[in-house]
Design a protein around this ligand. Structure first.
Ligand SMILES: Nc1ncnc2c1ncn2[C@@H]1O[C@H](COP(=O)(O)OP(=O)(O)OP(=O)(O)O)[C@@H](O)[C@H]1O
Ligand SMILES: [Mg+2]
Length: 275
């Protein structure tokens, strides 16, 4: 199977994420801190969801739990029907590598590699892990084609040979998103992806992400504490003190890449909640 062909996708509109009863307590804190206090949620295939909330409300912990990076003390996470925390560590790592793309506030690119090499990394790692078994390797030419395609999609043409220190913050974050998407994951998870970017670059990045959702139905969950960033999503989950306390559906999706969505309805709801 070519890498550009992901496993058979969950039908658009079916639940891709099913999380139930998530509880997480950090006991090293004194007193122990309940960071997730019974969270259940669904995200549909092809949906664009944002998670908002004050600093310390548990947004990152929830995102890492949904992505299989942070095991909960209780509760389950199913992605595309796979119960993440009932599989072995190595199965979970493999599932994460093949089906989930992560993007962080600090782009986490490898400085000694070019932009294109950073983007290609997940495919190279997949090839290396398939080595002992032979077969299922992605041909060099297919890797190059896929890297080129995903970099073009993120407006990175011409920057393939640049190192991370030779491109801007916005370009580095787009390289990080290209790397997260290169293996055609079922799910893209982003933790404060615009946290280090200026206003214009943040909105350019968000309109690129919403274009991916519109054109590829790329299921995406973005954590942010900014209403103007969350307003790009179709649905916003609002967290407070380890719980989801409200959910706001936004009817608009920006019709064009230039349109900046109006955060006013979201801000009004946050004010009403006293957040
Ligand atoms: N590894 C850890 N060990 C102990 N406590 C932790 C750990 N990670 C997070 N916490 C605590 O859990 C709480 C929630 O953290 P989390 O990072 O999920 O919040 P957040 O909503 O993402 O905040 P921010 O907006 O500042 O990023 C915080 O009080 C934090 O100090
Ligand atoms: Mg956080």
């Amino acid at each position: 199977m070519s890498v550009a062909t992901p496993p058979p996708p969950t039908a658009v509109g079916a639940d891709l994420i099913e999380a139930d009863g998530l509880v997480k307590t950090y006991r090293i804190s004194r007193p122990p801190r309940d960071v997730l206090r019974g969270i259940s949620l669904r995200v549909k295939n092809g949906e664009f969801v944002a998670i908002m909330g004050a600093s310390g409300s548990g947004k990152s912990t929830l995102l890492y739990t949904l992505g299989g990076l942070e095991p909960p003390d209780a509760g389950t996470v199913r992605i595309d029907g796979v119960d993440l925390f009932s599989t072995s560590d190595s199965q979970r790592s493999q599932f994460r590598r093949d089906r989930i793309g992560f993007v962080f506030q600090t782009y986490n690119l490898i400085p000694s590699m070019t932009a294109a090499e950073n983007v290609a990394l997940p495919l190279r790692l997949r090839n290396e892990s398939s080595l002992p078994l032979g077969g299922n390797r992605i041909r060099r030419r297919d890797v190059d084609d896929r890297v080129r395609a995903v970099m073009n999609q993120l407006n990175l043409h011409g920057l393939q040979g640049h190192g991370p220190d030779q491109i801007s913050g916005g370009e580095q974050q787009r390289v990080a998103i290209a790397r997260a998407l290169v293996a055609a994951p079922a799910l893209l998870l982003a933790d404060e992806p615009t946290g280090n970017l200026d206003w214009t670059t943040s909105h350019e990045l968000m309109s690129l992400l919403s274009r991916l959702v519109r054109t590829d139905r790329q299921t995406t969950v973005v954590v942010t504490h900014e209403a103007s960033i969350a307003a790009y999503a179709e649905r916003v989950l609002i967290m407070s003190d380890g719980q989801i306390v409200d959910e706001v559906r936004l009817s608009h999706m920006p019709a064009t890449d230039e349109a900046i969505p109006d955060p006013a309805p979201l801000v009004a709801r946050l004010r009403a909640l006293g957040l």
